[in-house]
Write a protein that binds this ligand. Structure first.
Ligand SMILES: *[C@@H]1O[C@H](CO)[C@@H](O)[C@H](O)[C@H]1NC(C)=O
Ligand SMILES: *[C@@H]1O[C@H](CO)[C@@H](O)[C@H](O)[C@H]1NC(C)=O
Ligand SMILES: *[C@@H]1O[C@H](CO)[C@@H](O)[C@H](O)[C@H]1NC(C)=O
Ligand SMILES: *[C@@H]1O[C@H](CO)[C@@H](O)[C@H](O)[C@H]1NC(C)=O
Length: 254
């Protein structure tokens, strides 16, 4: 198998693939194999999105073509993002704001407000191992794209009176370029942009983000909703009343 197996946690997945490839071997026509391969990759993506599969490092090489097709504009990725946003809006409508300036909503940035798709197009859609040098160089160009449905959600929430906090794994030294990129993409009017300080460099997102949510809660904010493309953006202590997971089959952050 061409899949790179990085950790023992992937073993059940391997078993599952073996079962499927046995079935696939039966149909020998090319189109049949493509169909099998696509359905296997769809199953892989589902296991990623549900967080059944954790700590994976790269998109399996057999699924790079599938992920490329999924991410293509316009395509299923954009449709999935749009539906997630509509679900957000449906819930937001039911929230009775207290109106004391403490009704808050949290957004992650990368693959949530902004899309780094142009970068990943150059790096196998996540099929290449993460490289902090090239990724940070890309971030400093401030060319990440707007995710249109996220901008719509952002503006509706802002107009309804929610205080918006941006909570990102980006570092404090990237504050200026991040602000610049967000403005460029059309975002404005947030109440806080929370980046990793020097003391938070080492901690996993799944530790750092709950800590930062905790600080907001201690300041009296009610976290009505939270939006991110990773479960580590959303889960853990001080979870928002509702969490909304946006799609992202290109990388995993613990
Ligand atoms: C293989 O194909 C045959 C004939 O189409 C079918 O009867 C059989 O159930 C298939 N086996 C598997 C494992 O899919
Ligand atoms: C995934 O990685 C995190 C952090 O490195 C670790 O705490 C956790 O045990 C790992 N989970 C699995 C299932 O390997
Ligand atoms: C990251 O990319 C740079 C520039 O292409 C390269 O020089 C470096 O070896 C890469 N690092 C890793 C760990 O692959
Ligand atoms: C960020 O921009 C402000 C003004 O726009 C400037 O004063 C500050 O030095 C910049 N900081 C960095 C780290 O570039």
């Amino acid at each position: 198998m061409a899949f790179t197996l990085q950790s023992a946690s992937i073993f059940p997945f391997l078993l599952f693939l073996l079962l499927l490839s046995t079935a696939a071997a039966n149909g020998s026509s090319k189109s049949k194999l493509c169909g099998r391969s696509a359905s296997r990759c769809l199953a892989w993506r589902l296991s990623v999105e549900t967080s059944n599969l954790k700590n994976w490092s790269v998109v399996p090489s057999k699924c790079v073509g599938y992920v490329e097709k999924y991410m293509r504009t316009p395509g299923q990725y954009w449709e999935d993002s749009k539906v997630a946003v509509l679900t957000n809006l449906g819930y937001a409508k039911t929230v009775k704001l207290v109106g004391d300036g403490k009704d808050a909503w949290i957004f992650d940035i990368d693959e949530t407000l902004l899309s780094n798709l142009p970068y990943y197009q150059q790096h196998e859609y996540g099929g290449e191992a993460y490289n902090s040098t090239t990724f940070e160089a890309w971030v400093s160009e401030t060319k990440a794209l707007v995710l249109p449905s996220s901008l719509l959600l952002y503006n509706v929430l802002l107009a309804r009176g929610f205080k918006i906090f941006l909570l990102t794994g980006r570092d404090e030294y990237q504050r200026n370029i991040t602000t610049h990129n967000l403005f460029r993409a059309g975002y404005k009017g947030w109440d806080g942009l929370i980046l990793r300080g020097v003391n938070e460099q080492g901690s996993a997102a799944g530790v750092y983000k709950p800590e930062k949510r905790g600080e907001l809660v201690k300041k009296g904010y009610r976290l009505w909703g939270s939006v991110g493309d990773q479960w580590s953006d959303l889960s853990g202590p001080y979870e928002a009343s509702r969490s909304f997971k946006l799609p992202n089959p290109m990388y995993y952050i613990s």
